[in-house]
Design a binder for this molecule. Structure first.
Ligand SMILES: Nc1nc2c(ncn2[C@@H]2O[C@H](COP(=O)(O)OP(=O)(O)OP(=O)(O)O)[C@@H](O)[C@H]2O)c(=O)[nH]1
Length: 343
């Protein structure tokens, strides 16, 4: 397999849509089938929460604290070439941040394929049914626009979280997907339950598809609200503020990310209340926390108002850390509330 072309697959979709849930299925499938994967994870936060829990024998490259569609785009190419050369995987999966522009990622992969034997095969966009439906009802906004861009760029669409919508809403969603991207294959799922073999299947040729959509969406990209694509000018602003154990950043001029490192164990009930009271402008949070009342480690997920906790026993030592992503929320207020949890 060493000298053959390595197929590259992209997993994209808005924040919290279910990409990592599906990636875990893909990795299980690869293990069962004896396929050797490598993965490239990109997070806008400064820490890769779920990456800390992925099995150590899977080659993984992390692009943190930036979005691969703009500031880290050059790194994407370098990391891909490095992964290919060093580990000679049979397949590479890229999980992008939820705020990435897929066409830019596709460009980055194409660039990398000039230096290594790589070929972009499929772009899989995961769609949060509930969230998309709500955005459709509002009918405008940056998030809605980005969701549509991500849907248009795919040749496979996974309409996930259908447990959170009514049957009649599902029809409306499927019609919307077909109107934005009639060529893509659509897979309807709850908790990403699909046979990963369908994601490897040859579908609509991506290049013709990419070209068509690149042309269709060119004006959006030139004057894009999400990404100014001025790659010389780093438009991600990081700073450690007066709160000692946190990093605050801004992406695409409107997406705010706060990464907070816990110094101590916290109370589980107080933390649940804290999550329930997060403002609507924070649409994604995840992290690893130790609860003092149960003395155990938990992975928590907060995606579009839904909260999930999973007790974990990591093989290696992990940080107690939480990442919050949203638009226009008060970062200092959030940090104060987090600090209060530790007092
Ligand atoms: N109700 C419901 N929850 C789901 C479904 N699929 C995933 N989730 C939950 O949604 C949350 C986010 O899922 P992830 O797979 O981490 O989403 P993601 O797209 O990787 O998130 P980011 O990488 O932060 O953009 C987790 O708590 C999942 O357990 C689903 O079909 N229904």
């Amino acid at each position: 397999m060493n000298d053959s072309i390595i197929p590259v697959y992209v997993l994209t979709g808005f924040l919290g849509s279910g990409k990592t849930t599906i990636l875990n299925r893909i990795l299980d499938h690869a293990k069962t089938k004896g396929i050797k994967p490598a993965i490239l994870l990109n997070e806008v936060g400064d820490v890769n929460i779920e990456g800390q829990l992925i099995e150590a024998d899977i080659p993984m490259s992390e692009l943190l604290g930036g979005c691969i569609c703009c500031t880290s785009r050059g790194d994407l190419g370098l990391e891909l070439v490095e992964l290919a050369r060093e580990h000679k995987p049979e397949v590479i999966w890229i999980e992008s941040t939820g705020v990435a522009q897929p066409l830019e990622i596709m460009d980055g992969i194409t660039e990398a394929s000039l230096y290594a034997k790589l070929e972009l095969k499929n772009v899989v966009t995961v769609v949060d049914s509930r969230h998309l439906l709500d955005r459709m009802r509002i009918g405008s906004g940056k998030t809605f626009k980005l969701m549509k861009e991500q849907i248009r760029a795919a040749n496979i669409l996974v309409l996930n979280k259908v447990d959170l919508v009514q049957t009649e809403d599902l029809t409306e969603l499927q019609e919307a997907l077909a109107s934005w991207n009639s060529a893509a294959k659509v897979i309807v799922t709850t908790r990403g339950e699909l046979d990963p073999a369908v994601l490897y299947a040859e579908t609509q040729p991506l290049h013709a598809h990419m070209h068509r959509h690149a042309q269709e969406s060119a004006p959006i990209h030139v004057h894009d609200e999400h990404c100014n694509h001025d790659h010389k000018d780093d438009h991600v602003h990081h700073h450690h503020d007066h709160h000692q154990h946190s990093i605050v950043s801004e992406f695409h001029d409107h997406v705010n990310v706060v990464t907070y490192y816990f110094q101590s164990a916290i109370d589980s009930v107080a933390f649940e209340n804290f999550l329930k009271q997060l403002p609507e402008s924070i649409y994604r949070a995840k992290g690893i926390v130790t609860f003092r009342d149960t003395a155990s480690l938990f992975l928590f997920q907060y995606a579009y108002k839904e909260v999930d906790f999973l007790r974990i026993t990591p093989q290696k030592s992990v940080n107690n850390v939480a990442v919050f992503i949203g638009e226009g929320f008060s970062q200092s207020e959030l940090l104060e509330r987090l600090e209060k949890l530790e007092s």
